[in-house]
Every structure is written in structure tokens, then in C-alpha cells.
Unconditional design. Structure first.
Length: 495
């Protein structure tokens, strides 16, 4: 089935597509504007699919929903016309999304937990309103009125915004910054993954070539930020622990030599895959001052691990966690994914019961998001019939287990194409929250990012955020490292 959206001019295309897709997550949503619409009409495509037509005029927008009926060769139409002021684009966008939401909600019989919100950072809204001195009641009223967000999600977002503000109070946004180091290699590629990562088996003989280029970028970054205070370091991927102990020590020693680490509040390494962890690597991490690591099971059901391409067994997750604990790691995060193929609510409960036995310091609960670049999306015909279910009950089961462990939600973000149209939430015990996780979402501090596929962000009070991206391809990154450095130099020229 295809959902066709036609616009008489190209405006708000991304927002419209994202909202319609939220109602029809498993369908192909096609958006045509201007001449594309005329071509589609001439080809007769409008009669072959459920159609949403938007006509923009000088001071109003008409939205029409058409449901084709092949049997009667007629179409059922529902339409609405509403006034707008195009000079106020945010208000116009919100009004348009409310009308589409209302129409599709009535037609499908569905409501979305986050209403018309389709962006990845919904907590930024209550955060900004809290900083402006608004009360919780005023914020709740605004979010419900403007975005049709559910009371439960409004309450959750306000709670997290308050907690984030308290955690970020100790940071100096103007003089401080954070550092991200990308290691884009993994033991294998998971079925659902669309991150920039490359098979370790293919690149194992060229890892040092990558580190040579990365070292060059790190040295430049240290020089560029020599007059700033480094607040947090996050080494992510991929799976950073695909590096050998020698290679990781080389990287960590370089960071120590290049940066002043005396003000670093958090030094995280995303160890990630349990099959990439051993005692020698953990010894290097401890010796080099790493304070926080992630050991990510995703699920504690072996059949699911086999299905999604995680080449470790459940026992390895527990063994790696206990090994890290025995070596003195006191801040260990574990990532989970709700909505994995063929998983039931009982499987989620089993996973949470197993994690409660380990007693991690934080748990990040992700809702599965299937991106275009993931194998699960690219080769859909191979996975026909897979059940991917994620409900509020799934998330509540995880939340209840986290509460039993003494954890509270401290950061939240969303992604496109999330199963159930929910969110990702980080839970943590007091004092174990991931500072970098909050910063990457709230965009309140500059982040210098090094490595293939990484994105640097320049944040200044009163200015629009600026960013630059490194190329994703590892070979191209190695070849064009000087160009990557030049991009960063332009971005942070007057920092």
C-alpha cells in the first residue's frame, strides 16, 4: 500500500512526510510537490492510493484526504480549510501539522503519544520554557495545545527537562566543550543498524592507518581548543573495543598528552559488544582514566541475538559485566532495544529480570528505529512476517524495572521510523547520569568530534548552532584527513 501526499508547492515537505509516516510506519509514503504533482496526476496515480492533498494559497491552506474505492470507482473525500500567516513560519507549520494530525487521527482511529512532534529532541521545548520562567502547568497547556502531545509524554518530558537543567548547572557553556572520538568498526553489522560502522574483519590490517589519520585530527583539535575547558570525553562508534589493547592505549595516551583532563567530569568508552571485551582491554581503560563504560546486551534472549546478528551469547554479557565490576568500574551503562523482531512482552520482562541481577548503574531503553540503510529495511522481502511490537506496556515494564534499581529518567530523544512511535530514554542512579548524552541532545555546548562520520557542533549563546561533518567512508577519511581538519578549522576559527 502507498500513501500519496501532493502539494501545489514545495513547502514543509519534511515535516509533512514525517508526520504522515508516523501514522503509516510500515507503508511507503510518497510526497510530490509542484510539477511532480502534475506528473503524478497525469499518470493517474492519485486514484491508486490513499491521497492527502495540500493546496497553499496566500492566506490559507486546504487539506483534503481522499480514500479511493476500487469497487465503486468513487472516492471518499474529507477536507478542511484554515487561515494562516505565512510570515510566521513556526506558527504556520504547527497549524498545518495539527490539521493533518486531526484528519489522520480521525481516519485511522489512532493517536500518537507525541502528537505532532516529529523531531528528535522534544525535551528542548520544556527546557526552553523552564528557562523562560514558565510553570509546569503553563508548559503542559502549551504542549497539549500546540502539539497534541499526550499528558503522559508531557509529564515525562518536563520531569527530564528539570533533571537535565540540574545536571548541566555545573558546566560552563561558553568556556567549556566536549570531545567525541569515533571508532567506526564493529565485529558484525546488526540487522537494524544504520550507524556508520565497518566490519572489523575487513579493516583489521588497516586499523593503524585509521589511527594515524585520527591522531592528526586529535592533535589539531587539542591546539584549536587549548584555551577552553574540556568537560567530557565520549569514545563511541561502531564499537571502540574492536581496537586491540595496544591500539586503544595508543589512542588514550595521545588524549592524555594532548588535552588537559583535570576538569573532565566524565570519560566514557562505549565498549558495547560483550564479545569485544576482555580483561586486557579493560585494564587499559582503567589505567587510562576511563570513568564510564557501556556493555550493551540489547536483549537477554539468545534467539533474538542470533536473529539480529549479534555474535555473542547471553552469558558473555553477564560475564563481561561482572569482570568489569571486579576490576573497579563503578559506572556501567547497559543498552536495550524494545521492539526487536519476534520479541514479546514476556521477553522484555525476562531481559529486565536478568539485568536486575547484574544491577548496572544506568540503562538506556531504546525503541527500535528501522532506518533506510539498515538491512532490515533494505531487504524487507527477506523478513516478511517478522513481528516487531513495541507498546507503552513494553516501555512501562522497562521503566518499572529501572525504578526498582533506584534509577530515574534523565535524558530522552526520538528517531524517525520508531516502532510504536515512542522514544529512547536513559535511566540512571543518582550521580551516574551520562553528561555527554544530555549535551548531544540539548545542544548547549560545543562538541569537537574526530573520526570518520563524526559531526562537530559549534554552540554559542545567542547564535544559531553551526556544524561540520567528517566523511563517513573510512578510506576517504584517511585520504582526506587534511580536508577534515580544514573544515574544523573554519568552524571553530574564532573560538
Amino acid at each position: 500500500m502507498m500513501i500519496a501526499v501532493y502539494l501545489n508547492k514545495e513547502d514543509f515537505v519534511y515535516d509533512i512526510h514525517s508526520l504522515v509516516k508516523a501514522f503509516y510506519p510500515s507503508e511507503n509514503v510518497s510526497v510530490c510537490a509542484g510539477t511532480e504533482r502534475i506528473a503524478a496526476q497525469n499518470a493517474g496515480q492519485e486514484t491508486e492510493a490513499e491521497t492527502l492533498s495540500l493546496t497553499f494559497q496566500s492566506d490559507q491552506i486546504t487539506v483534503e484526504l481522499t480514500e479511493p474505492s476500487a469497487a465503486e470507482k468513487t472516492a471518499k473525500r474529507t477536507s478542511t480549510v484554515f487561515p494562516v500567516d505565512f510570515a510566521d513560519r513556526p506558527a504556520t507549520k504547527n497549524a498545518l501539522k495539527r490539521q493533518i494530525y486531526s484528519m489522520l487521527s480521525a481516519y485511522t482511529g489512532r493517536t500518537l503519544p507525541w502528537g505532532t512532534l516529529t523531531g528528535i529532541r522534544p525535551v528542548k521545548i520544556p527546557m526552553a520554557l523552564l528557562e523562560a520562567g514558565k510553570t509546569e502547568a503553563e508548559i503542559a497547556s502549551y504542549m497539549e495545545r500546540t502539539y497534541q502531545t499526550s499528558k503522559e509524554k508531557i509529564s515525562l518530558s518536563i520531569e527530564i527537562a528539570r533533571r537535565e537543567r540540574k545536571l548541566l548547572d555545573r558546566l560552563d557553556y561558553e568556556k567549556g566543550y566536549s570531545l567525541y572520538i569515533g571508532i567506526p568498526f564493529c565485529p558484525s553489522t546488526c540487522l537494524y543498524c544504520s550507524f556508520t560502522s565497518y566490519p572489523w574483519s575487513v579493516w583489521k590490517d588497516r586499523m593503524d592507518d585509521y589511527l594515524d589519520a585520527l591522531e592528526k585530527e586529535i592533535v589539531f583539535t587539542a591546539h584549536c581548543f587549548s584555551n577552553r575547558v574540556l568537560n567530557s570525553i565520549y569514545i563511541g562508534g561502531g564499537t571502540p573495543t574492536t581496537l586491540s589493547p595496544r591500539q586503544f592505549e595508543r589512542l588514550a595516551v595521545l588524549l592524555k598528552q594532548s588535552f588537559d583532563l583535570s576538569h573532565v567530569l566524565e570519560y566514557t568508552v562505549e565498549a558495547g559488544r560483550p564479545d569485544s571485551i576482555d580483561r586486557e582491554k579493560l585494564q587499559v581503560l582503567r589505567a587510562q582514566g576511563v570513568t564510564r563504560i557501556s556493555i550493551n546486551p540489547q536483549t537477554m534472549k539468545q534467539e533474538t541475538l542470533d536473529l539480529i546478528g549479534r555474535r555473542h551469547i547471553v552469558a558473555q554479557t553477564a560475564d563481561s559485566f561482572r569482570l568489569a565490576r571486579s576490576m573497579g568500574f563503578t559506572n556501567i551503562n547497559m543498552d536495550l532495544i524494545m521492539g526487536l523482531p519476534q520479541e514479546t512482552l514476556a521477553d522484555v520482562q525476562h531481559t529486565m529480570d536478568e539485568l536486575k541481577k547484574l544491577d548496572p548503574d544506568s540503562i538506556t531503553v531504546h525503541s527500535l528505529a528501522v532506518k533506510r540503510a539498515a538491512r532490515l529495511q533494505m531487504f524487507r522481502e527477506d523478513y516478511t512476517g517478522f513481528r516487531m511490537e513495541n507498546t507503552q506496556e513494553h516501555l512501562d515494564t522497562a521503566a518499572a524495572a529501572c525504578a526498582e534499581l533506584g534509577m530515574q529518567p534523565y535524558y530522552l530523544y526520538r528517531q524517525k521510523n520508531m516502532v510504536g512511535n515512542f522514544e529512547n530514554i536513559g535511566y540512571a542512579k543518582s550521580g551516574k547520569e551520562g553528561i555527554y548524552n544530555i549535551l548531544i541532545m540539548e545542544e548547549k555546548q560545543s562538541i569537537a568530534a574526530c573520526g570518520a562520520g563524526s559531526i562537530s557542533k559549534r554552540v554559542r549563546p545567542g547564535e544559531r548552532m553551526k556544524r561540520c561533518e567528517n566523511v563517513k567512508d573510512v578510506a576517504l577519511y584517511i585520504q582526506k584527513i587534511d580536508e577534515m581538519i580544514e573544515r574544523k578549522q573554519k568552524l571553530f576559527a574564532d573560538s
